[in-house]
Unconditional design. Sequence first.
Length: 242
Amino acid sequence: MSNSQKISKEFNISEEEAIKVYRGIAKLISLNYALLAEHIYSLSNDLEGLILDLGSGLGNLATEIAKRFTKSEVWGLDISKEMLLQAESLAKEEDLSNLKFKLMDVHKLDFSPNSVDLIVSHGSLHHWESPVEVFREIYRVLKPSRFAFIVDLKRDAPKSLIEEITSFLTSKEKEGFLNSLNSSYLPAEIENLLGEADIRNFEITHQKFSRKVIMNNWDKIKDNPYRSDRFNSIYVNVMIKK
């Protein structure tokens, strides 16, 4: 199966349509990329080295990570060539010399064992064909004492909140968002997947940002309709430590 066919299968629409849908959803939740990158930065002690963004899509999270980890090399990885071409175009507008994108299947990371300093991901876990295989790959390439931080939707998000979020979306974007939500995992299911991958050192938490993270991004938050804390309840955070 080609990468384009995989995209079509995962989104239940063509790759071109999937990119349009993804762009609309990403615009709505753009604030979360900035807050998440700031949160990860606060946990990392300003590490230097190689950072991977799995399922990078249009590069929204990778861009925010690269802005903060200026001494690190950030790679956005995705199976969609067209998605990455657009990510590269958007990244050029930010003039980030430490950000690059590469076509790669996250089930087979083309990196040596113990070679990566940080792995991040936002909204791609539910698209992984074999999460157990990807978790094993993450653990394999991470350096000792480093961590991965994975964020995804959770299937039991409050119904009233889902209705509020989808009210901001077009019909196609709403369909794509709901497909993703229905394909996502409950925290207990993620814990079982990590167990199958023989990963024991991890934390699964609900998303919450510190006051410092919020204040550092207040210029983005103050006029954003997606700014309320209650929006955090659609996400689950997974930290894998090595």
